[in-house]
Design a protein around this ligand. Structure first.
Ligand SMILES: [Zn+2]
Length: 158
């Protein structure tokens, strides 16, 4: 007897397998569920779409938000076949689902050479010590746009 959680996780795992076998991308799948119904799904499509952000969770979040017509995943549950990388973790926090279930861990991912530990290490370093150099330019000019946003009366808050 399988619970609904297992049923949806099995769908995410099946997506990870199908995406891998069909050459769409790496072995990662994700399903997003609201009120017991699948509202979004995806598998990793980085290599086939030439999109380094096309991780399964990002693909599924875009699909779910498109289907729901909203930029937030209120009351949704996200099932991902692997513990999210830092980018997807950020995307999940922006999308604000109610809960995340994962199957493989990031340690499992590292064992098949998908190691995102270096990104966590980079986060701890000062900007100037990171592998990709970051340098500030034109703060004052960019701040003018922020000021305009601050006083904009018809903005959509998120
Ligand atoms: Zn990711």
């Amino acid at each position: 007897m399988h619970s609904d959680h297992q049923k949806f996780m099995q769908m995410a795992i099946d997506l990870s397998r199908d995406g891998m076998r069909s050459g769409v991308g790496g072995p990662f799948g994700c399903v997003i569920v609201k009120d017991g119904k699948v509202v979004g799904k995806g598998s990793n499509a980085v290599s086939s779409s030439n999109d380094p952000t096309a991780h399964a969770e990002v693909v599924a979040i875009r699909d779910a938000c498109n289907n729901l017509g909203h930029f937030q995943l209120d009351g949704c549950i996200l099932y991902t076949s692997c513990e999210p990388c830092p980018m997807c973790l950020g995307a999940i926090y922006w999308a604000r689902p109610a809960k995340v279930y994962y199957a493989n861990t990031k340690i499992d991912a590292a064992r098949i050479d998908f190691d995102d530990q270096f990104i966590y290490q980079e986060l701890e370093l000062p900007l100037e010590q990171r592998k990709i150099p970051f340098e500030q330019l034109m703060n004052a000019e960019a701040w003018e746009v922020f000021e305009e946003w601050k006083s904009k009366s018809d903005k959509t808050l998120y």
